[in-house]
Design a protein around this ligand. Structure first.
Ligand code: NAD
Length: 438
């Protein structure tokens, strides 16, 4: 082929290739355009979805505003050495996210490791004094109101806290007079368990052995016994009265330390459960006066852990039996908040936790978990929060929707309503009737 022919042929070929390229490009463009159209359609669908979601959110928010916006107060605890607080910042956040207003007394959470700033970040308002925290529709606390707080309790207010009224007639009278709706953590009952007592019982049970071991040290007034012993020297004897939550947790720690452990329990089913848990590592005994009389004089550490819900604890160890214990032995009566089950024991405090009677070291702090507030506040909140949410969302009507919470009601509209506390104070139950007639 001559050069010109080659060039012409080349031009033709090039034109053809260009054409093909253009066609390919056009096809690509068409594909891209189709893709874009699909993407745009997808975007439109997404936007529609977003609009629907936003509408849904608006509806939800409207729904929320239709429910109660509760004013919730969190006072600082004033009981001796009590560092727990009714709501943690995480709980506050849950409540403020639901549209409620939370008012926390300044430095209420400091003892548990939470600053005012932590609460502010969770959406709470910090108020300067107890009055401003108490002056709310729903008050969340840890311990029962003390005398200086009585004047702050208001009628038409819901108080949700530990109350232990069976051991405190003055407070019971005060609550009846005030017209407050008082719901006690310790009598909220679900499936025959006490879910708001349980986390504190777990902590108190574990602490009872930790403290008991410390008070057995010579420098603390104890007889100088190492609970776990050492090869060649016998371990200490831990005797536990009551094999419920406190007793079981105490036994776990004592067994872990290597002590000899026995539990006295009146409920046979519970004894079977304890056997499945501990096997032969714990001596399990049915609780009778005779069996307790035999065991107590040999105990290095005696732990009181019985409970008859809503009632004063039964006295299982009397004065003369305490006198038979070896000097320097230790009694930790965890049941002291229900009056205690050891005759010689009276309530003590974290700042003066022990005293000696008949040569035996007595410990009776009614708010033991207050010693470990960082753990205890969070453990308590994990259990109380679902009920706090219900009370915040529904107010007093929450009691109609939740039978477990309804069991917590102790005093309502000048009436003593909890059946067991009524039995403890028949005169106050009668006075209640007078109020309802008036
Ligand atoms: N001091 C504190 O800081 C603190 C903290 C938490 C709980 N507590 C108290 O500890 C006590 C025990 O609480 P819990 O959660 O373990 O209760 P629980 O109901 O789980 O256990 C109590 C056990 O005592 C048993 N019992 C009743 N009468 C008995 C008897 N005569 N002899 C032997 N056992 C008997 C019951 O059968 C039950 O198993 C309660 O008074 C509670 O208020 C105190």
């Amino acid at each position: 082929m001559r050069n010109e022919e080659w060039e012409r042929w080349g031009d033709q070929e090039g034109g053809l290739r260009e054409k093909q390229q253009r066609t390919t490009n056009n096809e690509q463009l068409t594909t891209n355009n189709e893709q874009r159209t699909t993407n745009n359609e997808q975007r439109t669908t997404n936007n529609e979805q977003r609009t629907t979601n936003n509408e849904q959110r608006t509806t939800n928010n409207e729904q929320l505003t239709k429910e109660l916006i509760m004013q919730i107060g969190v006072p600082k605890e004033i009981k001796d050495q009590e560092f727990r607080v009714g709501l943690s910042p995480n709980s506050v956040r849950v409540l403020t996210d639901r549209g409620h207003d939370v008012f926390v007394e300044t430095s209420a959470g400091v003892g548990s490791g939470f600053s005012d700033r932590d609460y502010q970040l969770a959406g709470a308002s910090i108020v300067a004094d107890a009055q401003a925290a108490w002056d709310r529709e729903l008050v969340i606390k840890v311990k029962e109101p003390l005398k200086s707080e009585y004047q702050l309790i208001k009628s038409e207010q819901i108080l949700f806290t530990y109350l232990h009224l069976a051991a405190n007639k003055t407070l019971t009278e005060r609550l009846i007079d005030s017209g407050v709706t008082a719901i006690a953590y310790e009598t909220v009952e679900r499936d025959r368990t006490l879910p708001l007592l349980m986390p504190m019982s777990v902590i108190a049970g574990r602490l009872s052995v930790q403290f008991g071991a410390r008070f057995l040290e010579r420098q603390q007034g104890g007889r100088g016994v190492l609970l776990g012993g050492i090869p060649g020297v016998a371990p200490g004897q831990v005797t536990i009265l009551g094999g419920g939550v406190v007793g079981t947790e105490a036994a776990k720690i004592a067994v872990g330390m290597g002590a000899k452990v026995q539990i006295f329990e009146i409920n046979v089913e519970r004894l079977s459960y304890l056997e499945s848990l501990f096997g032969s590592r714990v001596e399990l005994l049915y609780s009778t006066a005779g069996a307790i009389e035999t065991a107590v004089p040999n105990a290095d550490l005696l732990i009181g852990a019985v409970l008859i819900p809503g009632k004063n604890a039964p006295t299982l160890v009397n004065r003369s039996l305490v006198a038979k214990m070896r000097p320097g032995s230790v009694i930790v009566d965890v049941a002291v908040d229900q009056g205690g089950c050891i005759e010689t024991l009276h309530p003590t405090s974290h700042s003066q936790p022990t005293y000696v009677e008949s040569g035996v070291v007595h410990y009776g702090v009614p708010n033991m978990p207050g010693a470990v507030p960082w753990t205890a506040t969070q453990a308590l909140n994990n259990s109380t929060l679902p009920y706090v949410i219900k009370l915040a969302d529904l107010g007093i009507e929450a009691l109609d929707t939740d039978p477990a919470l309804a069991m917590g009601l102790n005093v309502n509209q000048h009436q003593l309503v909890h059946p067991v506390v009524k039995q403890v104070f028949p005169d106050l139950a009668a006075r209640t009737a007078e109020f309802s007639l008036a």
